[in-house]
Design a protein around this ligand. Structure first.
Ligand SMILES: Cc1cc2nc3c(=O)[nH]c(=O)nc-3n(C[C@H](O)[C@H](O)[C@H](O)COP(=O)(O)OP(=O)(O)OC[C@H]3O[C@@H](n4cnc5c(N)ncnc54)[C@H](O)[C@@H]3O)c2cc1C
Length: 398
């Protein structure tokens, strides 16, 4: 089939890509190693995904957004960044930017479920579950994958969306730069007596960081980032002792708190593939770039990347050209790397600075917060990056 793509991995990026292609009449086979039940009814995994305006637009276009239960979409109206022991904060407010919200919060399992349901609604998308890809090869004429049961599938293009530790990327010989931050993010939900005022907080405390994401006014997701050793100790605490520890770090600012979910631990490893393409092959989603969650951009970049690749493929179809040609893939690589490289290295730089507790770094950390707050163009640039809004809507008011 000339207009068919094989996608490895039925995560949010792989399935979004399949949906983008389906809308343009390009068919896809998606291969997923998990059982179908894990796609139909994914378990809560503790991840609350902050979505930018650009991502909301893409999810609406794909028909995914309307599948989220309305009462499960959190609005991030304000954001606050605090450093060390100082009460001074870098503040963002949706009203300063004439926006309904700075961003939106949706649980990862709901995104997975909705994008799977949307993919199922397209006859041109075939999803094969319970099998992984054993081998992948390509030549000038086609790309081929061999499945665990020995079945061989071929298409003009294979896209790997099989996570930041992508085996398919490795099988194709694409190297990746990896940075192990030596830290673990522990995520859990807790309800609280006082309102979070729909504010996302980032506290770069000395010795660890704490982020709070507003699920609803009295329910938040708490992301505690700690070294491996500290994380083991935190994970070993009873629910009550863990709640008390978070409560203490917050200095009672949210009042009485109660556990609402178990704790999930995510080791923090950033990954950037050195190339996004090979012959008739592309990496997308976390397989292309796996971000540190502090700037909340992993899936946002994944969505953007699949859209960039889909546009290149669709353009080739409309001109009767080969969808797996070097020209198509180069266009994707060039555009997407322009988006990912500054974000990836910028995020890693922020993490390095704000986890460095040496005296000079502490001074620089405070300086960064003050400069960002006091200079509207700097603040505007940060807001624009974080919310991914277009045009003059975010221009600072005089
Ligand atoms: C704590 C935390 C908080 C985050 N917060 C945010 C946020 O606020 N905003 C944001 O934009 N992003 C955030 N992210 C990042 C976001 O979760 C990821 O970017 C996104 O889930 C990646 O989607 P993906 O489809 O590329 O990969 P994955 O979700 O990893 O899916 C990969 C799929 O491939 C399958 N697979 C793997 N290997 C194979 C194989 N060999 N054969 C077949 N199938 C295979 C897997 O089973 C899986 O279904 C966060 C991440 C973490 C850890």
């Amino acid at each position: 089939m000339p207009n068919h793509v094989i996608i490895v991995g039925a995560g949010p990026a792989g399935l979004s890509f399949a949906c983008s292609l389906a809308q343009a009449g390009v068919s896809a086979t998606v291969i997923e190693k998990q059982p179908r039940s894990a796609l139909e009814d994914p378990e809560y995994d503790g991840r609350e995904i902050a979505l930018t305006h650009q991502s909301v637009k893409l999810l609406k276009q794909l028909g995914v957004w309307r599948r989220f239960p309305e009462d499960q979409i959190g609005l991030i109206k304000k954001a606050k960044v605090q450093d060390g022991l100082s009460p001074y904060s870098l503040d963002f407010d949706h009203r300063d930017n004439s926006l309904e919200a700075l961003g939106y919060l949706v649980s990862n399992h709901l995104i997975r479920k909705a994008v799977y349901e949307q993919a199922r609604s397209h006859d041109s998308i075939d999803i094969i579950t319970d099998t992984s890809v054993e081998a992948v090869t390509s030549d000038g004429a086609k790309a081929e994958v061999t499945l665990g049961d020995g079945q061989v599938l071929s298409a003009p293009l294979v896209a790997a969306a099989d996570s930041r530790f992508s085996e398919t990327r490795r099988k194709m010989g694409i190297p990746a730069s990896m940075h192990d931050f030596g830290r673990v993010a522990i995520v859990s939900r807790m309800s609280h007596e006082k309102s979070n005022e729909q504010t996302a907080f980032e506290f770069f405390q000395y010795g660890g960081t704490l982020a709070i994401l507003p699920v609803s006014e009295h329910l938040s997701s708490f992301v505690v980032t700690a070294t491996g050793k500290q994380a083991q100790a935190l994970l070993a605490l009873s629910d009550e002792a863990y709640r008390d520890e978070v409560h203490k770090r917050l200095d009672d600012s949210l009042g009485e708190m109660a556990i609402d979910s178990k704790r999930y631990a995510y080791p923090l490893v950033g990954v950037h593939a050195n190339r996004f393409i090979d012959q008739r092959f592309a990496v997308i989603g976390d397989a292309a770039v796996g971000m540190h969650p502090v700037t909340a951009h992993g899936f946002n970049l994944g969505l953007r990347g699949q859209d960039t690749l889909a546009r290149a493929v669709v353009d080739a179809v409309s001109h009767g050209k080969d969808i797996g040609s070097e020209q198509v893939l180069e266009r994707y690589q060039r555009r997407h790397r322009r988006a990912t490289l500054p974000m990836y290295y910028g995020t890693n730089g922020i993490v390095r600075l704000f986890t460095n507790d040496s005296p000079p770094a502490k001074i620089l950390r405070q300086a960064v917060i003050h400069v960002s707050n006091l200079f509207p163009p700097v603040k505007w640039a940060i807001t624009k990056k974080l919310t991914e809004t277009e045009g003059p809507v975010l221009l600072p008011s005089p």
